[in-house]
Design a protein around this ligand. Structure first.
Ligand code: NAD
Length: 291
């Protein structure tokens, strides 16, 4: 069993970007600039946005964090996005999800200029991804693909079971794994909350991507010997033994599944850091395409 070390691969990706940014600076070219919008004060969202901004600094990107009140109207938020769309210094725009209930995710995503859609959620980006055209790939599944590529894992012809069909993780993951690329070329089964024989399907899987948000859902009895396990889940579980009052759990019961797996991502330190690395790659791309 080999651990797929997201911290290590993410660092390698960030180091590569750092060099590329330094090269751009030396050539007098524009430095990539990411704008992040955070609405409200959700603890997990604060953590995610914070690490995205810190990573920008580490790599040498410019970043702008725009904090907005939880009560901001949808109209005003769309106005802020329009301003960023029209600002030539901004290369990438991300709006941290989830948004308050009175704001439509769909309207927000559709308002972002597709050429600045570094999260890859805009319908134009999704459409291009489905057609296999160059575009922004959503950061988490993009990060998983970068990790598979880094470890030179041969996915061709393998049966991948993706648990979860969200627009952010499960669905794009299923599209990328089934694409005629390397990594890719998998036969994909996508499972969701209405899937009936999930355990049987998982037992047939050469690759399992768990992205359902249910801590330790995937247990050893659901996993075939030698399977590749990608754990996307991140859930805060109450834990009085921790100073901060919670611990982070993945969707896979790591201790019992790891001995059966050929490769496995830990939580934390697996897919999470890869997500940020992929977002940075998208932001670099957004800048270098135009400048
Ligand atoms: P979501 O709630 O939008 O989607 C969950 C999906 O799981 C749904 O499609 C649902 O049908 C499916 N599901 C729920 N219960 C199921 C069950 N019992 N059996 C089969 N399918 C079931 O969640 P999401 O945004 O896709 O996120 C999933 C998990 O990944 C969460 O824990 C989230 O925190 C985590 N996440 C991690 C990263 C990262 O960087 N590592 C990024 C995004 C999301």
């Amino acid at each position: 069993m080999q651990i797929l070390d997201g911290n290590l691969v993410s660092q390698a990706t960030r180091d590569e970007l750092k060099i590329k940014v330094a090269q751009r600076v030396a050539e007098g070219k524009k430095v990539p600039h990411l704008a992040a919008i955070l609405v409200g004060t959700n603890g997990a969202s604060e953590t995610y946005v914070g690490s995205k901004v810190r990573t920008c600094e580490e790599i040498g990107f410019k970043s702008t964090l725009i904090r907005l009140e939880e009560s901001i109207s949808e109209f005003k938020l769309l106005g802020v996005i329009e301003e960023l769309n029209n600002d030539p210094d901004i290369d990438g725009i991300l709006v941290q999800l989830p948004l308050p209930k009175h704001i439509s995710d769909e309207k927000v995503i559709n308002t972002i200029d597709a050429s600045k859609d570094v999260d890859g959620f805009h319908p134009v980006s999704v459409g291009k991804m489905v057609q296999g055209l160059p575009t922004f790939i959503p950061a988490t599944p993009h990060g998983v693909m970068l990790m598979l590529a880094h470890y030179k894992i041969d996915t061709k012809g393998k049966h991948a079971v993706v648990i979860g069909r969200s627009n952010i993780v499960g669905r794009p993951m299923s599209i990328l794994l089934s694409a005629g690329t390397n990594p890719g070329n998998c036969t994909v089964t996508i499972c969701h909350s209405h899937t009936k024989n999930l355990k049987e399907l998982c037992l047939q899987a050469d690759i399992i991507v768990a992205a359902l948000g249910k801590p330790e859902f995937v247990t050893a009895d659901m996993v075939k010997e030698g399977a590749i396990i990608i754990d996307v889940g991140i859930t805060r579980v109450e834990d009085p033994t921790k100073k901060r009052g919670y611990s982070i759990k993945g969707d896979v019961k790591f201790d019992e599944v790891a001995p059966k797996a050929s490769y496995i991502t830990p939580v934390p330190g697996g897919v999470g850091p890869m997500t940020i690395a992929a977002l940075m790659k998208n932001t670099f791309h957004a800048c270098s395409e135009k400048n």
